[in-house]
Design a protein around this ligand. Structure first.
Ligand code: NI
Length: 405
C-alpha cells in the first residue's frame, strides 16, 4: 500500500505536539466570536507559511482555504477545522485564559485550528505519497453564524477539483482523552428555534370571562407540543422540543393581552424534523383557535442534522485504529442532540465527523464543552493531528479514481 504504515504518524504527531500546544494557547488567549476573526486568521496564515499550500481567504468571512497537491493525481479530500469562540466569560483560571472580556474558546475550536494547522505540516512532509489534493477548510462562525454555509456559497465545494470526501474532528471535554469515536448515519441533531406568540384580551384577573387569558392558552400549547412529540414521533427517529423561555403578565390581578414562548426543536433526520415542524404549526394554531385566541408559531431554521456517510464513518474508524491502535477507538452507539454546521458540507459530499475525547485525566466530573470551566487535556491533540494526516494518507493512497473531467 504505502511505504510506511499509518501507525508511524502518531510518533510524528507527538513530535509536533509542542508546536500545536503553543498555537492553541495563543488562540485561546485571544478568542474571537462570529464570522470576522482577523487575529485567528493571521495565526493560521503564519502557521501555514512556507509549507507549500496554496492559500485563499474568504470574502464575507475570515476563512482560510489551503490546498496542497500531492505528487500524483487523484481526488480532493477536505479536512475541516472551525475557528470561532463563544460569547461568554472564562473561569478556568488557566494562565493562558481568555484576555478578551466575554469571549472564550469553550467548545475547543482553538484546538481544532491547532490540530489542523499542525497536521498541515505533517501532511506536507508526506506529499510524495499523496495521490490527489488535500483541502484544509478553516472556518469561522460555527457557533450559530452559518460559517460553513458562507464558505459553500463562496464556492468551497464547486469546480473541477471539488472535494470527493470531507472529514472533521470535534473535541469533547468529557470523553476519555485521546479517544476517537463516531458512527454512521445521524451524528448530531438539527437545531431550530421556535417563537410562539399567543394573543388574547387583557382584563381583570377576578373576571376572566370578560377577558381572554393568553397564559392558559400558552400552557395548553406547551403541553400540547410535548404530547405531540411523544405521540407522533417514531422513538427510533427521535425529536426533542423544549420550551425554555416563557413570558407573560406583570402582576397578580391583571390578565395580560399576550404571552410569548421560546424554545428549541432538535431532530436527527430531515424527515422527523420536517414532520415535527408541520405538526407544531398546526397544533399551535389550532389550540389558539380552540380557545378563541390567536396563536402563531415562527420557526427560525438553524443547522440541519449532521449525517455521516456510513462508509466514510467506517473508513474513519479503520483509519483511527491503524493510526492510534484499537484501544483509543470507539464506535458510538447513539448520536448527540447538539448541532454542527459541518452538516452543510455533509449534505453535499460524503464524509464523516469524529469526536476526540480530551477529558483531563483523573478529574471525576470534567466540565463539558460550553462550560465557563471547560478544560482540554492538550496531549490529546496528538491523536487529532495524527488522525487528520491518517485520513489524508489513507484516502489519497492511490486506490481511488481521479474525478472525471
Ligand atoms: Ni463546537
Amino acid at each position: 500500500m504505502t511505504d510506511t504504515p499509518l501507525s508511524g504518524l502518531l510518533d510524528e504527531a507527538s513530535e509536533l505536539l509542542e508546536e500545536a500546544v503553543e498555537l492553541r494557547r495563543r488562540i485561546h488567549l485571544q478568542p474571537e466570536v462570529g464570522l470576522e476573526l482577523p487575529e485567528t486568521q493571521k495565526k493560521i496564515l503564519e502557521a501555514l507559511d512556507g509549507l507549500g499550500y496554496e492559500i485563499t481567504t474568504g470574502q464575507r468571512t475570515s476563512s482560510v482555504v489551503a490546498t496542497l497537491d500531492g505528487a500524483h493525481p487523484g481526488p480532493t479530500l477536505l479536512l475541516r477545522g472551525d475557528m470561532d469562540a463563544l460569547p461568554m466569560p472564562e473561569d478556568t483560571g488557566l494562565d493562558f485564559a481568555s484576555e478578551v472580556p466575554n469571549a472564550m474558546h469553550a467548545c475547543g475550536h482553538d484546538t481544532h485550528v491547532a490540530m489542523l494547522a499542525t497536521a498541515a505540516k505533517l501532511i506536507a512532509r508526506h506529499r510524495a505519497r499523496l495521490h490527489g489534493r488535500v483541502l484544509l477548510m478553516f472556518q469561522p462562525g460555527e457557533e450559530g453564524h452559518f460559517g460553513a454555509k458562507v464558505m459553500i456559497e463562496e464556492g468551497l465545494l464547486d469546480g473541477e477539483r471539488a472535494p470527493a470526501a470531507a472529514f472533521a474532528i470535534h473535541i469533547t471535554a468529557i470523553d476519555p482523552a485521546g479517544q476517537i469515536s463516531t458512527k454512521g448515519g445521524p451524528l448530531a441533531a438539527s437545531a431550530d428555534t421556535l417563537f410562539i406568540d399567543v394573543k388574547g384580551r387583557g382584563g381583570h384577573a377576578s373576571a376572566p370571562h370578560n377577558a381572554l387569558d393568553p397564559i392558559a392558552v400558552a400552557a395548553h400549547v406547551i403541553l400540547g407540543l410535548q404530547t405531540m412529540i411523544t405521540r407522533t414521533v417514531d422513538v427510533f427517529d427521535p425529536a426533542v422540543i423544549t420550551i425554555a423561555h416563557v413570558e407573560a403578565g406583570t402582576t397578580d390581578n391583571v390578565i395580560p393581552e399576550a404571552a410569548a414562548l421560546e424554545g428549541t426543536l432538535r431532530a436527527l433526520t430531515p424527515k422527523s424534523r420536517q414532520g415535527v415542524m408541520e405538526r407544531a404549526q398546526r397544533l399551535v394554531r389550532s389550540i389558539g383557535e380552540a380557545y378563541g385566541a390567536e396563536a402563531d408559531l415562527r420557526i427560525d431554521q438553524g443547522y440541519p442534522p449532521t449525517i455521516n456517510d456510513p462508509e466514510m464513518a467506517e473508513f474513519s474508524l479503520q483509519v483511527a485504529r491503524e493510526v492510534l491502535g484499537e484501544n483509543d477507538v470507539e464506535a458510538m452507539e447513539t448520536p448527540i442532540m447538539g448541532a454542527e454546521d459541518f452538516s452543510y458540507v455533509l449534505q453535499r459530499i460524503p464524509g464523516a465527523m469524529v469526536r476526540l475525547g480530551a477529558a483531563p485525566p483523573g478529574v471525576e466530573r470534567p466540565a463539558p464543552n460550553h462550560s465557563n470551566r471547560m478544560v482540554v487535556h492538550e496531549p490529546a491533540m496528538t491523536h487529532g493531528i495524527a488522525m487528520h494526516a491518517g485520513w489524508a494518507l489513507s484516502y489519497l493512497d492511490g486506490s481511488r479514481p481521479s474525478p472525471a473531467r
